[in-house]
Design a protein around this ligand. Sequence first.
Ligand SMILES: [Zn+2]
Length: 308
Amino acid sequence: MVTRLYSHPIYLEHLTPPGHPERPDRLRAVERVLEDEKFSYLDRVQAPEGDPATILYAHPQPFVDKVRAAIPAEGIHKVDSDTSVSPRSWQAAITAIGAANAAVDDVFSGAADNVFVASRPPGHHAEKTTAMGFCLFNNAAIAARHAQKAHGAERVAIVDWDVHHGNGTQDIFWDDPSVLYCSTHQMPLYPGTGALNETGVGNIVNAPLAPRTGSDIFREAFGTRVLPAIEDFAPDLIIISAGFDAHHRDPLAEINLVEDDFDWATGQLMESASRHANSRLVSLLEGGYDLHGLAFSVAAHVGRLMRG
Ligand SMILES: [Zn+2]
């Protein structure tokens, strides 16, 4: 297996207020753990700058203009109570999109079997016209549309195991049967969406989990709701919205997963991808706010991507 890793120093320059959980140290912790010798075969590539026109795959131009206009010349500007931009945020966001789209290109060209993108800001809360939940633009949604437009993918599955529901991705694909969105998430929890009865045009599969859910119930939900939906859908590409805040150490939620659960879920999706999608699998970092839980969960996830 060739597993590619995209990163870029610009991702450290998207700044959030002091004490904010979505902070540059998250990526420093990820980079540190991936320096271990067992990741020496990772194909490390600096993320390319994205094409701003691809943002329009998921967001209308006036919204893009509004986000860009909110970027301050200095300091930090809040776009909502918990989402902010700093002078280099546009460049970070466009490079997160660049990496997500390049990852899609890589798995279709065969340059890599699978790809992990260690970027920020995250994306899954960004709705068509709303930046929220630490997210400016929806990286996973843009990458899914890029696969359709540039590579002729007919069906793309986005699997979101971040502990928060990806309201943004659900919003963008709500009436689009060419994209399957499956999410496991804690409920009740921010942002409040993700109930079982939110099904779009049959392309949305939500698996809400009660607080204090552990490995067994998570794996059951993943195995009985997410995996069969992917099996029926037979995607040409699987994109993972890979948040690691369902880890038991995470301060923002009360789900009790361990590193091995992310290894397991990764393996399940690799099997699905090998059956339907010529193994094409792209994983994009979303949340994860305990530095130890995040780093070791990423290590388990990427280790599985490399191992096959
Ligand atoms: Zn999250």
